[in-house]
Design a protein around this ligand. Structure first.
Ligand SMILES: *Cc1c(COP(=O)(O)O)cnc(C)c1O
Length: 392
């Protein structure tokens, strides 16, 4: 990239992924940014040291390696600035900490990633922040939940495990009219499929562990903010002392280069498997907004330009034990948390356990699949044989 113009906006997304966050001309011509292991930076003189004008002052506050990734994210998201955190959950907690203080009230979607809820219960509430959860499908009605001290609305679409699509532009319009900040956990949509800022966010979060890294080998989070939210986000990130090691940042930059082609294949494979699942007698409902049958399909079509490899399935007429026997029978799908890597995964999910504002009262058993980059025909054959366990 040209040193003086770090934006790749004039290009399409796959081109941007290749160009962004690197500058061979300032790195002896090497294609990729250097991996700089650093704490101390030494200065030429006390004058330079005190001036605050040196490009780098201390490893924790940024290196050419971490800046390559934050610049790439700021560019891709269309943000005013971005910071890195040691995990996706740390990105969620940092974003919330930057958006409220004691005595404030925040609104959180009831479909939020469960560990984010745990952060609210364990840290925000004891610190004196009032937290309320709202129906993810609330849309325009969210206005009725605002109090005089409401400062932030946290959204996530589709919802973790339950895949409700939120009308984020409608929620953002009302939140902004009441001067509140809008946060989006955009891990499912990625910066490629959902433009958080154009849809009304002030702060957007990525569990970089998922599709940015893409290979199940690094934990990392990112938070990007617009002009309004950036100064506070930047200050709180600095105050918390968060830093991500250069090896992990490098792997995230490497993952970013292929995120477009990987996501295209995840989407293609997931669509094939979701469509097959819909035809199966064992399946009550497939939770995947890219399917026309999904209740969130219209919003997805309006706001998103693609779908990732993560979907849910409600199994018909079976017990938890049968659903688990099916999962135990899977050979290609690994049983494991997280997602976004190249491999297929499955978990059993029970949203009844943590919902508070709404009830999850689907009669069937819920399982979640991450559809990886294997040949979908092999994955379908694996699912078909594993479904045999539902009959016993
Ligand atoms: C996985 C996930 C996170 C947390 O990311 P980690 O890197 O595992 O801490 C946050 N939000 C969503 C939606 C996730 O799926």
């Amino acid at each position: 990239m040209n040193k003086n113009d770090k934006s790749t906006k004039s290009y399409r997304s796959d081109t941007r992924l290749v160009l962004t966050g690197r500058d061979p001309a300032s790195n002896h011509g090497f294609v990729n940014p250097p991996v700089i292991h650093a704490s101390t930076v030494v200065f030429e003189s006390t004058e330079v040291m005190f001036s605050g004008k040196a490009p780098y002052g201390y490893g924790r506050r940024g290196t050419p390696t971490t800046n390559a990734l934050t610049e790439a994210l700021t560019d891709l998201e269309g943000a005013a600035g971005s910071v890195l955190t040691p995990s996706g959950l740390a990105a969620c907690s940092l974003a919330l900490l930057s958006a409220c203080k004691a005595g404030d009230h925040v609104l959180i979607t009831d479909s939020v990633y469960e560990p984010t809820r745990h952060f609210c219960t364990t840290v925000l509430e004891p610190m004196g922040v009032e937290v309320s959860y709202y129906d993810p499908l609330i849309g325009n009605e969210i206005g009725s939940l605002f109090k005089d001290n409401t400062v932030a609305v946290f959204t996530e679409a589709p919802g973790s495990q339950t895949f409700e699509m939120q009308d984020i532009p409608a929620i953002a319009k009302i939140a902004h009219a009441k001067d509140a900040i809008v946060l989006v956990d955009n891990t499912w949509g990625t910066p490629l499929f959902f433009n958080s800022f154009e849809n009304g966010a002030d702060i957007t979060i990525q569990a970089g562990t998922k599709y940015i890294v893409g290979h199940s080998d690094v934990m990392l989070g990112t938070v990007s903010a617009n002009e309004r939210a950036w100064p506070r986000l930047h200050a709180v990130h600095g105050a918390m002392g968060y830093h991500v090691g250069p090896g992990d940042v490098y792997l995230a930059l490497r993952g970013l280069r292929t995120m477009g082609v990987r996501l295209a294949q995840h989407e293609k494979n997931a669509m094939e498997i979701a469509s097959w699942l819909e035809t199966r007698p064992e399946v009550d409902r497939v939770l995947y907004p890219a399917l026309e049958s999904d209740p969130g399909h219209e919003i997805w079509k309006r706001d998103f330009s693609g779908a990732c490899g993560l979907l849910g399935v409600i199994l018909k007429d079976c017990t938890k034990a049968q659903a688990c026997a099916m999962l135990d029978n899977l050979e290609l799908f690994g049983l494991g948390y997280s997602w976004g890597g190249y491999e297929s995964l499955a978990i059993y999910a029970d949203p009844r356990k943590y919902r508070t504002a709404t009830k999850w009262d689907e009669p069937g058993q819920l399982v979640r699949f991450h559809i990886g980059l294997e040949d979908p025909k092999d994955l379908i054959a694996d699912l078909e044989q594993a479904f045999g366990a539902l009959k016993s």
